[in-house]
Each structure stands twice: as C-alpha cells, then as structure tokens.
Design a protein around this ligand. Sequence first.
Ligand code: AKG
Length: 297
Amino acid sequence: MLTAARIREYNEVGAIVVPDVLTAEEVARLSAVTDGFVERARGLTGHTEIYDLEDSHSADNPRVRRIKAAHAHDPSFAALTRHPKILAVLKDLWGPDIRFDTAKLNMKCAGFGAPVEWHQDWAFYPHTNDDLAAVGVMFDDMAMENGPLMIIPGSHRGSIYDHHANGVFCGAMDPENNDVDYGKAIPLLGRAGSITVHHVRAVHGSAPNVSDHDRRLLLFQFRTADAWPLLGFPGGIEKFNGLMVAGQPRQPRLEHVPVRLPLPPAVKQGSLYENQKGMKNRFFAIPETARASEMAK
Ligand SMILES: O=C(O)CCC(=O)C(=O)O
C-alpha cells in the first residue's frame, strides 16, 4: 500500500494520510450504522458505556461526542480492525505481527463538535517500545473548516510532555507550559474513505467543528505484537493474545523510550474529553454552539 517515500514521510513527520482506502459503499454503510447509534442516544440523560455525550446534549436533541469502543458494539466497526488494506498499511510500517488495542468513533458533528486539546497518546498508554499508531478512518471529508486532526511534525521524536494539572493526569498538555510551536501544526485532510495514521508520540489535537459539515473519524489503536503495555492488561494474556490481527504474538521488546505514566488518574473519568476538563489553560475555545447553556435558550 505504501511506497518507500510514504514510509519515509511517516517516519519523518509522524503521520500520513492514505487516500481512498475504503470505498464509497463501505463508507455509506458505516455512516448508516453510525446514524442508528445517534438515534438510539435519544432519551439519554448522561454518558453510558457506549456513549460519550456533548455537554450540550439533551434527551430531545441527542448530541453524541463519541461512540466508545465502537468495535465492541457493532460488527461492521469490528470488521475494520482486520480490514486488509488497513493492515497492509501497518505491515508496510512495522512488519507482519500486529495487535489491535481499542477503538473510538469521534463524532465532531457539524455546528458543535468538541475540540480535542493537544496531547500525545503515549501519555495515556506507554508500552515497552513506541511502535504504536492510531489509524483514523474518515467517514466524512476532513477539511480545514470542520476541525481536522492536526499534528506537530517531528514531535514523535521529541519529548514526552507533562499531561498533568494540579498533580493529577488530565490528558492534555498545558499550552502555556511547554516548548511546542503550535503554529507548525499540519492538518491531516482527505476525502471520506481515506485514513490517517499518526505515531503514538506525535503531539496532536483538533479544533471545534463550527462548520455545517460533520467530521466523523473512527480511530483504531494498533501496535506491533512486541509492544506490551506498561500499565498491564487487565483481561490477562489470553485476552491480550486474542487481540492479534496479523502474524504471531511476540515477547516484549524493550526500547530506550521516554515514559510518563497517567497517574494519579484523571479526576473526570469516562473519556479523553472528560479527562481534559481537568486542564488549567485550554488552547481551543469552546464555541457557544457547544455550550450546555445554548440548549437552555
Ligand atoms: O478526533 C480528533 O480530532 C482527535 C482525537 C484524539 O486525538 C483522540 O481521541 O485521542
């Protein structure tokens, strides 16, 4: 799937977009499944095991921010963890042995979709080596105006930044307290059906979606089979090995990688969005359309 130049680009930048990985028919089916999930969120008054809701959600006007562990709730999402073209991209980057971790569908709906503050995924789940990446499947065109994923090129080779506030993990970097030049961020743009791949250490975030185009991105966490989580695997080794999606399970490979642990845990649990409410200084403004007060008008 990837030429040598594209592999070099990934290694240098820390992210790539691979166009047209899914067909229009595949995207249409996934979109329809997603619409069903949103419809079923009607009537909910708070977050559930499946739904993370926008602050401005109401029972009558469902506003889903994220479908958590999407692969666990619908077979069409689960099937993507073994999609041959997605696995071919990862094999080009890492070789044959690949393990899935988890997935989430970030909705970022037109008009109010929440921002994601700058962070490194590695701060949430450090492993014995850093051959981990998130693969984002675009259900909608991802353009500048609808809050695309943005990354700081080359940041995957730099520091691991503090993601704590007031002594507890908050899942976000304080924009006033590090040496990152956010002006250098590049957006990962593409047509629906394209995928993004970003390195686990890459600094990334995204602005709110105040446009009138949805920006739904189904994010999968993958890793090489020899990257083992430092925080353990609660389901035991059988479950861990059950997450293999290509090749063979491997013993851990220990690399000299910088590490921070997400401990003590965030005050607000349930999702990255809730974790990030603990941060001191936000980078992205929350638009009025996304505020809970809007719904009371
Ligand atoms: O949806 C996005 O724009 C970014 C998502 C992200 O980084 C995350 O959910 O960890």
